[in-house]
Design a protein around this ligand. Structure first.
Ligand code: MLT
Length: 329
């Protein structure tokens, strides 16, 4: 047998062994629609970002990706549902900084472990947030809002997507940093929370840029500051919170897709490769950048990178929550 045919035979043997090690189900995956659980009501930033990405990834994997909105308890209800789902690659969680990063520091009895109960698949791009108030609120900037809050303890009410959501966490960090007592009003998602800022039922909220920008552009709400370290190009006249009297204040929401622990690695890699291909399409990522969604270096999108980031965030939030005295049960 010539050296070439020996190499070919060896490669064939390796491939056959690998194929034998991969369950048939993983080789055939996906052969039916996939479900992504979004643990907030439809219409919020997590839902919007997930639908945008799901549409493109579904074309790559050749199966539809169905969004299952399962709201409650700041995203922890949906996360617990995903942790219990079959590890067959047909149910995954759209995770984010709240219920996959901060939650272990906030809930003593969390019905899942963000690290032990899940396998990371890939990370989405990040979204900075905007502090917005109802358009008839007397405060025209952050300093005036803080003064309003100090003069009216507990009367400044900020809506959020549920206790433990990023809109809740960032509002709590803002209140602690500014030394102001605010009333935090929970909803089933940032979508419903924003509707009540627009309607004037609450004074304001922190919302991600991808859903906040259209409302700001249509002057339905007034932006006071952004939470990113530098100004957002689409809101260049809106100062950062750090410029507005809260030096060092910075927050943005990170997201990722997680599969239940035990999902075949071949399935995770197929989904990851499909996503990385989508994220190399500049026309697609340009549409998200136009919504002030922050693209990351490609190496930060991988399953391994999301796994490292999740662990570091769980550790970081234990210190942040202790320092800001945030707890939920
Ligand atoms: C949050 O505030 O944690 C979420 O982004 C809310 C949402 O996406 O609905």
């Amino acid at each position: 047998m010539s050296p070439i045919s020996k190499l070919a035979a060896c490669a064939a043997l390796v491939l056959a062994t690998a194929a034998a090690a991969t369950p048939a189900s993983a080789q055939a995956w996906p052969n039916k629609p996939i479900t992504w659980i979004v643990p907030f009501a439809a219409g919020g930033p997590t839902d919007a970002l997930a639908r945008t990405i799901a549409e493109r990834v579904s074309r790559e994997v050749g199966q539809s990706i169905i969004i299952d909105n399962s709201p409650g308890a700041g995203g922890t209800v949906g996360a617990a549902k995903a942790a219990r789902a079959p590890a067959d690659g047909y149910t995954m969680l759209v995770g984010h900084m709240g219920y996959m990063g901060a939650a272990p520091a906030l809930y003593k009895k969390l019905p899942y472990d963000p690290v032990k109960d899940f396998a990371p698949v890939f990370r989405f791009p990040d979204t900075p947030m905007v502090l917005m108030v109802r358009r008839d609120h007397p405060a025209k900037d952050v300093r005036a809002l803080v003064e309003f809050g100090k003069k009216n303890p507990g009367k400044l009410n900020l809506s959020n997507a549920g206790m433990g959501s990023t809109s809740h966490l960032v509002a709590a960090l803002f209140a602690a940093s500014a030394g102001v007592q605010v009333s935090l009003v929970p909803y089933k998602g940032a979508g419903p929370a924003l509707i009540d800022v627009i309607g004037g039922q609450v004074d304001g909220m922190f919302d991600q840029t991808n859903t906040a920008l259209p409302q700001i552009t249509e002057s339905k709400v007034r932006p006071l500051a952004v939470t990113s370290a530098t100004r957002v190009a689409q809101l260049k006249d809106v100062p950062t919170l750090a410029e507005s009297g809260l030096p060092g204040f910075e927050a943005s929401t990170w997201y990722g897709i997680y599969a239940p622990k035990g999902t075949p690695p071949a399935v995770i890699d197929k989904m990851q490769q499909a996503y990385l291909k989508v994220m190399s399409d500049k026309a697609f990522t340009g549409k998200m950048t136009a919504q002030a969604i922050q693209m990351l270096p490609p190496e930060q999108y991988t399953a391994a990178a999301l796994g490292r980031h999740t662990q570091s965030e769980v550790t970081r939030w234990k210190a942040v929550a202790a320092k800001a005295n945030i707890s939920l049960d």
